[in-house]
Design a protein around this ligand. Structure first.
Ligand code: ADP
Ligand code: MG
Ligand code: ZN
Length: 605
């Protein structure tokens, strides 16, 4: 969006420049056109003049005469006496003589070009710096440059509540206690309970993170300060930081309240990444945010919420205790969730009897809440075009084609075959998590696309904090990583590209074992890893090697040996449990997301 504004500014400035240039040029040409006086007199007497415009100068009686000759030539001449020139022209019977009075010295006209120029620059500057969508008007924006720009939602309005958020039951449950805390903070402070200061909502776009945050404010009936991360990021160093300060000052005055920073990745990107300068502003803003979050007490009644779909690029510092120490994943909905979302959004849209929301939910795997809302909206438009007051199933089918076929959304419609492959892939991971002693147990298995490239995921319970990672555990982790591909290879004739992330992870771990932890007998207890020395050059940028070709190939061999061994183990273990593999995959295909209990029950059978 801001790009568009910037280009507007650019065009405005360009137009202004052209206008200024034209002004000066025009004024200039008028004086330089020369016409020799005797020649003029001769042309007049020979009747060559077709028309004349006489401009009087300020210093009467001099003036400027512009004439058009009968050969269409246009000429100008400064005359010593306008009266004389006019008389001459009249005597020669020139058809049209236009006499213009002494031009009033018009100060507006004199300074107009400058005004225009400055105005253009001014607008240009505002547009370039005003990166928000432009609400609030230019004026207020100018005055409040260092102000927070947060919008505050009045708690009494109760626009959104949990009722508006369909599905996401687990997420709502997790956030319930925050609502409760905001409602009666005393209940918690009296027993000395510590409530998280910051909650980070993580998930793909359109899954309802913003909606959820608004609903919390609505439920708790507290003020809700909402701002987007990109509002902090300005061209001018220091503005972002001052906005953060201002935002928190406002929040403190209104506690208990929620501060919601949407799209926090715009400010909280990993520091020190990338080359050289240009990030100073963002870093300052981020530092200020961290300072503010550390600055208020735990139970002061301010809860900072933030949303992002790029948790991978966030600076780890923001997730330290006392900051965003609570992370709530907001994923794309499963079948049941999709049906509920469709129900919520069809409240305002009358449906015909034949509309089967359950069936629509089944065929829209991978759709987010926003996609579903869009689908129903398209269907409503189609119905309206046909002058109907209700939506029929055919409208939805048409809308489905329309939204499903849009270039960007195309990938979202997942074929049955892809679903099957993903189901077996995840089942493979899950079985190994379950079988191997040092990893797992499985918490959830899902074949709902994450929107970040992964077709599904298998999530173990959060790890216990252990000081050391053991060799055994690392090997098992690699086996689990490769389990997805192993299952694919066992069940299908062909294998897919779906395992690339797994393979990358496994390889990295195996490599670390070899070059960092001295866990390969061949390589021995030597550290060949120098990635940590490169922070200042920029991550992922340079990988200077401090060892020769021979060592390099030995390392590669050792890594491959680990990977091969683990892959074989994965194959063997999954083959031994092929029945469970089928059962898990089938259950996944039916429910899209299964819990630990459901999964473990399959093992029992
Ligand atoms: P995000 O912030 O995660 O990108 P939003 O909260 O802005 O997504 O959601 C965009 C729109 O999609 C919402 O306004 C709402 O209409 C719809 N939507 C998304 N998730 C849900 C949900 N769980 N229940 C109801 N509507 C949803
Ligand atoms: Mg959002
Ligand atoms: Zn995988």
């Amino acid at each position: 969006m801001d790009k568009k504004y910037r280009s507007y500014g650019f065009y405005i400035a360009l137009v202004a420049l052209v206008m200024i240039a034209w002004f000066f040029l025009e004024n200039g040409t008028r004086q330089t056109t020369s016409y020799y006086y005797p020649q003029f007199v001769q042309d007049v007497s020979e009747g060559k003049i077709v028309s004349a415009v006489v401009n009087m100068n300020e210093q009467v009686p001099t003036g400027i005469v512009s004439v058009v000759l009968n050969n269409k030539e246009e000429k100008q001449i400064a005359v010593p006496d306008v009266n004389e020139a006019v008389k001459m022209l009249r005597d020669a019977n020139v058809a049209s003589i236009d006499i213009k009075d002494v031009p009033k010295k018009n100060w507006v006209m004199t300074i107009l070009p400058y005004l225009l120029g400055f105005g253009a620059l001014f607008i240009f500057w505002i547009l370039i710096s005003g990166q928000s969508s432009g609400g609030g008007g230019t004026n207020s924006k100018m005055m409040n440059f260092g102000k927070s720009r947060a919008t505050m939602i009045d708690p009494s309005k109760k626009e959104f509540t949990f009722k508006n958020v369909a599905g996401l039951d687990e997420e709502k449950e997790e956030l319930e206690e925050i609502v409760d805390f905001l409602k009666n903070p005393r209940k918690y402070t009296d027993v000395g309970a510590r409530i998280p200061k910051g909650v980070l909502l993580v998930g793909p776009p359109g899954t309802g993170k913003t909606l959820l945050a608004k609903a919390i404010a609505g439920e708790a009936e507290v003020p809700f300060f909402s701002i987007s991360g990109s509002d902090f990021v300005e061209m001018f160093v220091g503005v972002g930081a001052s906005r953060v300060r201002d935002l928190f000052a406002d929040a403190k005055k209104n506690a208990p309240c929620i501060v919601f920073i949407d799209e926090i990745d715009a400010v909280a990107r990993r520091r020190g990444a990338g080359m050289g300068g240009g990030h100073d502003e963002r870093e300052q803003t981020l530092n200020q945010l961290l300072v503010e979050m550390d600055g208020f007490g735990v139970n002061e009644g301010i809860i900072v919420m933030a949303a992002t779909n790029r948790v991978d690029i966030l600076d780890p510092a923001i997730m330290r205790p006392g900051r965003f120490d609570r992370k709530v994943g907001v994923g794309a909905p499963d079948v049941k969730g999709r049906e509920e979302i469709l129900r919520v959004h069809s409240h305002t849209k009358p449906l015909a009897e034949d509309v089967d929301l359950e069936q629509i939910a089944r065929t829209t795997a991978g759709f987010t809440g926003a996609d579903l809302e869009n689908l129903l909206n398209e269907a409503a438009i189609i119905a309206a075009k046909e002058d109907r007051l209700y939506i029929k199933q055919v409208d939805i089918n048409k809308a489905f084609v329309k939204v499903g076929i849009g270039a960007e959304k195309k990938s979202k419609v997942i074929s049955e075959k892809e679903k099957r492959i993903t189901a077996y892939h995840e089942a493979g991971h899950a079985i190994l998590f379950h079988l191997l002693p040092d990893v797992g147990p499985v918490y959830t298995i899902s074949i709902i696309p994450t929107g970040m490239g992964a077709a599904g995921y298998t999530m173990p319970l959060p790890e216990k904090d252990e000081m050391f990672n053991t060799k055994g555990k690392m090997l098992q982790t690699i086996v689990v990583d490769l389990g997805g591909r192993a299952a694919e290879a066992i069940i299908f004739d062909d294998i897919t590209t779906g395992a690339s992330q797994d393979i990358k992870q496994a390889t990295k771990l195996a490599r670390d074992m070899v070059v960092r932890y001295g866990m390969s007998d061949k390589i021995g207890l030597v550290n060949y890893d120098n990635s940590e020395d490169e922070v200042f050059i920029g991550r992922d940028l340079a990988h200077a090697r401090s060892y020769g070709e021979k060592v390099a190939s030995e390392i590669d061999e050792a890594v491959k040996e680990i990977i091969d061994k683990c892959y074989n183990e994965a194959l063997t273990k999954i083959r031994e449990h092929e029945k469970v593999l089928h059962a898990t995959a089938n259950l996944l295909l039916e429910k899209e997301k299964i819990t630990r209990d459901e999964f473990e029950a399959l093992f029992e059978e």
